[in-house]
Unconditional design. Structure first.
Length: 330
């Protein structure tokens, strides 16, 4: 290899390790020689001596929700530019799967881990601290001041969309939430919903709150239950856009017009939400930017660039579209 490129073995090593000491023309010559010889670099063997694999573990609760695809893309885009690859793990909102994947990443000697919305009650934070493996949490804040996180305020974001519905004249507002036992984000969105009602002197009615899985069919089924109550809601806030779209499908099948007869709001701002009929009012989450910043924090942590934990709370935006409108007076 070195002979074909007419360089030293040390120069080949520098090219493989992406050293900035190699001139561009020399690098191109070495890369061409590698291609001509069909050479494949053994990254694992190289990492054994360097004690680094330049690999990041990325754990998501589900791969079926497009917002987690966006956060993963943000992580991968930043990681790739900085010489890192990722290993993706899907937990299906399962605590055992989450812990199992953390152990797998330790075995694979990943340099660090990004936990996207970890299981609510799992001891994942103390476990990660014991492993001494650098990690960053996204999608939700944590109380531990020693933990890196890049998140947004689920409580305030939910409060804002419920306040929007109240501003339209709605007073009986239902909520189709995620599972409280699984997701801390679902709990905080529910707390934001409840606090907003209280601040506007509206009594909390537990009949109007249903916990469901984040799937279209559950949104549809939950909306059917809400609409068959003796006193149904005039507006419904859903814990994510998937639930909201399922809920709208149900409302239409029951002969209701959205938003004339029923307003529906979501959370996440999936791409399809802007093109649905009607376009969905929702909370836009900066998923891609969150992923990029989380990758930056983790890589800098791995490289020893930070002296103290990094904690960021990003802004969300209320996107008002056609699925919500003023409540018609009787």
């Amino acid at each position: 290899m070195a002979g074909k490129a007419n360089v030293s073995v040390a120069t080949v090593s520098r090219v493989l390790n992406q050293s900035s000491l190699v001139r561009a023309e020399t690098r191109e010559r070495v890369l061409k020689a590698m291609k001509d010889c069909h050479y494949i670099y053994n990254a694992l063997a190289g990492s054994l001596s360097a004690r680094k694999t330049t690999t990041l573990g990325v754990i998501v609760p589900t791969i079926t929700n497009p917002v987690f695809a966006m956060v993963t893309k943000g992580i991968q885009d930043y990681a790739q530019v900085n010489g890192y690859s990722i290993i993706l793990g899907n937990t299906d909102y399962n605590e055992e799967n989450e812990l199992r994947f953390v152990h797998l990443l330790q075995e694979k000697r990943a340099d660090g881990v990004i936990l996207n919305g970890p299981w609510r009650n799992a001891p994942i934070v103390p476990l990660m601290k014991k492993t001494r493996l650098p990690f960053v949490i996204t999608w939700q804040t944590v109380l531990d001041k020693d933990v890196n996180y890049v998140a947004f305020d689920n409580f305030k974001s939910a409060y804002r969309i419920v306040e929007h519905l109240l501003g339209l004249g709605h007073r009986r507002i239902g909520m189709i939430a995620g599972k409280f036992s699984v997701s801390e984000r679902a709990v905080m969105r529910w707390k934001g919903y409840r606090k907003c009602l209280a601040d506007h002197n509206i009594a909390y009615d537990p009949q109007l709150v249903l916990e469901r899985e984040y799937v279209f069919s559950d949104g549809k089924e939950a909306m059917a239950r809400l609409l068959t109550l003796p006193s149904p809601p005039s507006a419904v806030f859903c814990g994510n856009d998937i639930l909201a779209i399922g809920a709208i499908v149900c409302a239409k099948e029951m002969g209701l017009r959205v938003p004339e007869d029923l307003s529906v709001g979501g959370f996440d701002d999936m791409e399809i939400s802007a093109y649905y009929d009607p376009p969905l009012t929702t909370v836009a989450v900066p998923a891609y930017e969150m992923g990029q910043l989380a990758a930056k924090v983790l890589i800098e942590n791995i490289r020893g660039g930070y002296k103290k934990p990094q904690q960021y709370i990003l802004d969300t935006n209320l996107i008002v579209r056609g699925s919500t409108s003023s409540r018609e007076k009787p």
